[in-house]
Structures are given as C-alpha cells and as structure tokens.
Write a protein that binds this ligand. Sequence first.
Ligand code: ACO
Length: 387
Amino acid sequence: MAKPEASAKADKQAADFARGLEGVVAAESRICRVDGETPRLSYSGYDILDLVEHATFEEVIYLLWFDELPNRTQLQEFIAKLAAERHLPTGLVYTMRTLPHTTPPMDALRSCVSLLSVYDPEDSHDCSVEANWRRCIRLMSKLPSVVATFDRLRHGHEPVEPNPQLGLAANFLYQLTGQIPNDLSAQAMDVGLTLHADHELNASTFAARVTVGTLSDLYSGITSAVGCLKGPLHGGANQEVIKMLHEVGMLERVESYILEKLARKEKIMGFGHRVYKQCDPRAPILRTWSRRMGEAAGDLLWFQMSKRIEEVVLREKGLFPNVDFYSASVYHTLNIPHDQYTPIFACSRVAGWLAHIMEQLSDNRLIRPVAQWVGHEYRDFKPIDQR
Ligand code: ACO
C-alpha cells in the first residue's frame, strides 16, 4: 500500500537530514571554489597560489565582486573609491570612545558595524543594486578603520587618520600603530587578507546570505556574519592558537602539551576542517610567511613551535592545520594584539561576505530549511491545575 504523501515527505526529510548541513548544496555560486579533495582553493577560477603571488588584496576584492581581474584603470579607480571611504563618522567615533576599554574587540566590531547603518548617507529604502555596491565600498573600507580605531582608543591613544596613499593592508597597520609599515610587513598583511577573503559557504558567509535572503539590509547581513565569525570553531580559532602557543612557551614542551590535551579529548585549535580532509591549501602559504616574518624579526620560536605542533598533531590524529593556525604566528610577529586576530579576519572576509550578499540578492530566494521532528506526538492540552 502506498504511504500517505505527508509520511513519504517526512521519510525523505529524515533520509536527507545532514547534521551541521554537511555536504548539503545550499546555493549556486561563482565566487569561490573549494575543492576539498585535491585540495585546491580558487576565487573566480584563479588559484589562490597565483593570487597571493601576483595580486594585491584590492585586486582580489575586485575579482570577488565583479568576477574578473581589473585592468590598470579599473584598479586605480577602485582603489581611489575604497580609499575615499576609510573615514569613520564622527558620531560613531564618539560612541566608540564611550565603550568600556575591556570590550572584546569582536563585540566592539559587531556593534560598530550595526551602528554604521545609521550613518549611511543614502536613503535606507534605496535598495537598488547601485546603492548597494556603494554600501559595499563603505563597509569594505570602514571595517579596518573601526578595528584600528577601537584598538587605539582602548589603549588610551587617539585614532590615526587614514592615509589615502597607502594600500588597504598597509593603511590598516598604519592606523593601528601610527607607523607606516615596512614593505615586508605590509606584504604579510596583504597576503593574510587575501587568503582569508572568501571560502565558499562557510558559517559566517551562510549567515550573511540567510540574513539578506529575507531582504534585510547589507549592514544587517554583515552584522550577522561578524557575530558568526566570532565563535572559536570558526574565526575565533586564530586567537585560541596564539593562546596555545603562549601556554606551550618553549619548543621542548610541545610534545607533552599536545599529548596531554589530546588525552583530555580537547580540540587543538587551528586543526581540522569540515571540507579539507587533506591540508588546507592556505596553511602552507602562511607557514612560509610565518618563517619569513620570524627570520625578519630574529625570533623563530613561534614558527618553530607551530611547526612542531603541526608534526605532533598529524602524527597523533592525522589532522592538518587550517588557515587559522599559521596566521596566528604571522600576526604575532606583526605585533598585532592577540584579540585583534579575529577582527582582522573579519576585515578580510567582509570582501567575500559582500560578494555573496550581492550574489544572493541577484537571484534571491528566502533561505528556510526544515527540521526533522523528534519531539512529542500531538497531545491534549492540560489545564495548569492538572499538570
Ligand atoms: N583537534 C582534535 N580533534 C579534532 C579536531 C581538532 N582540531 N578537529 C576535529 N577533530 C576530531 C573530532 O574530535 C572528531 O573526532 P571523533 O569522531 O572521534 O569525535 C573528528 O575529528 C571530527 O570532528 P568534527 O568536529 O565532527 O568535524 P567538523 O567537520 O564538524 O569540524 C572543525 C570541523 C569545526 C573545523 C573542527 O575540525 C574543529 O573544531 N577544529 C578546531 C577549531 C578550528 O580550528 N576552527 C577553524 C576552522 S577554519 C575556519 O573557520 C576559518
């Protein structure tokens, strides 16, 4: 006898249920291709290895947004537009001054992104594609300024005005420290930003797409994404990595530290990945930069401890490092405060979030999955004195 239609639908849902949505295809996208098997990562068809070697972060943003690399004129215009939007609204800086100095930087960033919406100079009802692209430029340029400005304020320093002559990576370091970075530091920052710029339907990007899929605004989409990135299973892992390196403290302690952690069934932050079962292709690039920056700083301990941890975790668990692992030691040698690593991740990933938001809006359908019911059968309501 054929099953009733509702029951057949419920059976299919049960069969399709994928915990954590693993393996579920939830969108069509042209932005970023993650090949977990090879493993290979590309943006708009360009391998990440080539982009890191030959392109700047600004070229990568353009590629993610417009599906083509810019020519020289397009790039110059794009850089000028980005540089012109780095200033923060006075009202926002005023509010930032009132935040407790103990505010975690990711909380400050999430709140400031949300507040940026009230200072957007355009009519919030104008949701045209053109207006939204202008908002993309604003969000892309202002996030690094927010991160740098909050860091200065919480340390009792005045904000540094952006320098339009500097590229995005160098300007960020300048606004953070007040010093124009040397070429190697600026390049390391640029590489870090490029490698974190997008990664297909990761949790925060999905959150951004879900949010704007309701036809909510771009600021709401990015606020959702920042909140999502904060978690230690996602963007928060890089801060946990540097905490771990500090706890280890010396090369000789790596082995026992990792073995003890694994014996307690604790996760080693910066290892493992939902999609890559081999090495995350971004990790070896950052490993090279970790060594390079360590050599330049005359302090290879952070690189050496990281390398040794990688060997032990691979031997013990067969797990490879992900993008968060070596970015920690690179940012450490750039003298970036540890709790700013995840906000910096956001300053890069906002490029991808915005690309995905615009892609979602170009062919929108509300994202609304269903849950498999595992609760009570229907039952009769009990008045309160009978419970
Ligand atoms: N350390 C120790 N064991 C691990 C780790 C790790 N870092 N990662 C996975 N495992 C083990 C799990 O304990 C589990 O073992 P079990 O089957 O014996 O219980 C198995 O590998 C599968 O792990 P899951 O957590 O189920 O894998 P999932 O695909 O859900 O998680 C994730 C992927 C969240 C990245 C996971 O590997 C993890 O928690 N890593 C540490 C946090 C981290 O580095 N996050 C950054 C990810 S990259 C990014 O977001 C930018």
